[in-house]
Design a protein around this ligand. Sequence first.
Ligand code: FAD
Ligand code: NA7
Length: 494
Amino acid sequence: MGGCEQTFQAHQSGVLEKLLQGDSAYDYDLIVIGGGSGGLACAQEAAVLGKKVMVLDFVLPSPQGTSWGLGGTCVNVGCIPKKLMHQAALLGQALIDSRKFGWEYNQQVKHNWETMTEAIQNHIGSLNWGYRLSLREKAVAYVNSYGEFVEHHKIKATNRKGQETCYTAAKFVIATGERPRYLGIQGDKEYCITSDDLFSLPYCPGKTLVVGASYVALECAGFLAGLGLDVTVMVRSILLRGFDQEMAEKVGSYMEQHGVKFLRKFVPVMVSLGDIWNSFYFLFTPSLVLLAIGRDSCTRKIGLEKIGVKINEKSGKIPVNDVEQTNVPYVYAIGDILEGKLELTPVAIQAGKLLARRLFGDLMSECDYINVPTTVFTPLEYGCCGLSEEKAIEVHKKENLEVYHTLFWPLEWTVAGRDNNTCYAKIICNKFDNVLVGFHILGPNAGEVTQGFAAAMKCGLTKQLLDDTIGIHPTCGEVRKDKTFLKLTSIDVV
Ligand code: FAD
Ligand code: NA7
């Protein structure tokens, strides 16, 4: 229909032959580019469903030369080492508390960075190995090469030695994640490190300047200070952009009370050996500068323009529809590179698994990106699910909302003599149906507490149901009769 010219062209380019032969004309049913949280979940699920699958994973070394094994950001330079270092800092606090609980010890207590880092890196090594094993067991072909589209349905894989091999597939999933951004000022790549380097740093960083004020910056600043280091955070504007600002300020003030310094409304303009000049041109001399100023999507050097996959030119993110499909129908995308979605490991995993089941199984359900819980592992942990107060007001309007809050003192902190009137929980409800649209908690084990609330919110938790729920005593998650959430009114001073 419509003339034969395009048919001749399709014949000449080989497309027609492939169309007639069906998917069997390709080397693989599915090639996944990126073996991180999302990519591995998707590849393994597709293989379990009987498909021939390949995963390409390649780590370009950081400007400081750091690289790592299979598993992506979370396992190697994200959630896992970060939470373990947070735990190391919490143990330091527990040691202090322990004396109040009767523990007596004479030895001088000090922290050994090298011992911690080696133990964490060994654990990561075992996880890398586990992933390789798991791929082998499921017959997923793993290729440690950099993938780049060269033409429709065809990818070039370049290994460490520069050897190139091409592979074809019926479908592709892009799961290439993000890498830390640099400032683009003199000396930044030479003298600064990022989270990509911190967790395997072979020496104790000493006096540290953290540039940036989002969760990666505050978490790193928090555990470094918890390990006894002199830490300053350079903040351009606000803390924890995107999170509830009342909670963000409380996170910051707890850190400040516990030894972290904040340089507000500053940006660095130049870094020279050991020194950093900021926007007011005074000199700061830390032993280490850690940049945590955001992350760039790895989408600009993978040949997307060759096959016509659209990206947001400004952010580098890939827009997809509700089934994670890009504008090129056989190419899908998941994880941190998605436009407008949450950058979290469980989100990438869920999206990857469901995508494979929709493509190759009989499942139809889509990934639900609403009410995804998360936790910021700062010294005072902050867990949340649903909307921040600012976002709730934007979406539902202030007059349609009711906000309840409570301060609490964890039992474990009482005998230890730790801060009273610091741990805090807040819920934001729709005035008309009483449904919770936001849950926020600051306190120990905030992640564990928030997970349960997230399940309840998925079931449509209301304030009434929360009041009717009997708590587990004594915990931070309970909603006790004497500590029930109070309505936040304009006369409340929090
Ligand atoms: P990634 O896990 O980043 O995987 C992408 C992989 O693709 C990488 O291995 C990369 O090297 C590879 N790759 C890139 N380009 C190519 C190519 N062309 N060819 C072959 N391979 C390629 N999330 C949480 O849920 N909880 C946390 O506590 C948490 N903490 C974090 C702490 C830090 C410091 C950071 C940086 C992130 C944290 N995250 C956390 C976020 C989480 O790590 C990411 O959301 C998650 O890893 C995203 O998974 P992904 O599959 O999209 O990409
Ligand atoms: P984010 O969430 O993108 O935040 C970046 C932070 O760095 C934020 O506080 C910015 O301040 C600050 N920033 C950005 N550029 C600069 C410059 N030039 N100078 C000083 N400060 C700057 O980044 P994260 O690394 O914390 O996290 C990104 C993702 O990685 C996250 O979603 C996780 O999935 C893991 P601002 O508020 O813009 O003034």
